[in-house]
Design a protein around this ligand. Structure first.
Ligand SMILES: [Zn+2]
Length: 291
């Protein structure tokens, strides 16, 4: 989306028209891919088709009979940067939120139309774009250079998320993102970043979960860092070495996207690693957090 915003020269109407065009192109690509997969023989995954693991499969109809129940989704990246290019603020500002809703409504409406037209489960997916967040930014920078609050880092912001470096409380983050999660018909995540002290304050954790549920967030996560020294076993949050024995033989577990991954510094590309390091700890805005 940020590239489309640049191509539109900051003209919102032009951007909306370009985006609509791209959503239709994405649909055509998805249909082509779906048809290609459906043209395969059931023998390509014999075990699955012969053991009732693929719901709805009828041998006489081919594998399409099972695959038509899957989801076909259009993802998106960098809403915050897109808004910044188009109107000079992101969706933490009411003006940005207004345009954000218009953009997301276009995704949702088109996918609902495609679903009717093709009788397939088209949907909008708020993706972390684990690789694209970095590769798209590299291409963007090569073409447009460094633009403040848009390309002055190594990654684009995850889907509709509030930029990770924004200093806001977890409740504000939930307030903002929950206004958009309803437009995602295929999947999304909202998380807040906590520090290691979170595990000692169960009441606060419960308040956050209840708050997110009250705001109708479909998938809510609390991210707590977990670093472990592989020599002495000490566990906490620390930098590049163990504060107890000084060892650099450590494992840094982070919830970078929807799941826990081993050492995040080697499991993800430099863009995503930079994004994790920039993540503001939202508990900093809760004065009584450590009580
Ligand atoms: Zn140690």
């Amino acid at each position: 989306m940020p590239t489309l915003a640049m191509e539109a020269d900051g003209d919102v109407e032009k951007f909306m028209a370009l985006l609509d065009e791209k959503i239709h192109e994405a649909k055509d690509m998805l249909i082509e891919r779906f048809e290609w997969i459906c043209s395969q023989s059931a023998d390509s995954a014999k075990f699955m088709y012969e053991n009732h693991t693929m719901l709805g499969y009828h041998p006489e109809e081919g594998i399409r009979s099972a695959l038509k129940h899957g989801t076909i989704v259009i993802g998106q990246l960098g809403l915050a940067e897109t808004l910044q290019i188009l109107i000079g603020c992101d969706h933490t500002d009411p003006k940005g939120m207004e345009l954000a809703k218009r953009i997301e409504l276009l995704f949702k409406t088109r996918c609902a139309e495609f679903k009717q037209e093709y009788k397939l489960n088209f949907g909008v997916y708020y993706t972390p774009a684990e690789n694209l967040c970095y590769t798209a930014m590299k291409k963007f920078k090569a073409k447009y250079g460094v633009i403040e609050n848009v390309s002055d880092k190594d990654y684009f912001t995850n889907s509709i998320h509030v930029p990770v470096w924004k200093h806001i409380s977890p409740f504000e983050k939930i307030d903002i993102e929950s206004q958009l999660t309803g437009y995602s018909s295929a999947g999304c995540i909202t998380y807040v970043e906590l520090d290691n002290a979170a595990s000692k304050n169960l009441d606060a954790l419960e308040s956050l979960v209840n708050y997110a549920m009250d705001k109708d967030v479909p998938y809510f996560a609390l991210n707590v860092p977990n670093d472990m020294c592989l020599d002495c076993g000490y566990t906490d949050e620390f930098d590049d070495h163990c504060p107890v024995c000084g060892s650099h033989n450590i494992q840094q577990l982070r919830r970078v996207t929807g799941y826990l991954t081993g050492n995040y510094t080697t499991a993800f590309n430099p863009g995503k690693v930079a994004e994790v390091r920039d993540r503001y700890k939202h508990v900093n805005d809760l004065p009584n957090w450590r009580r």
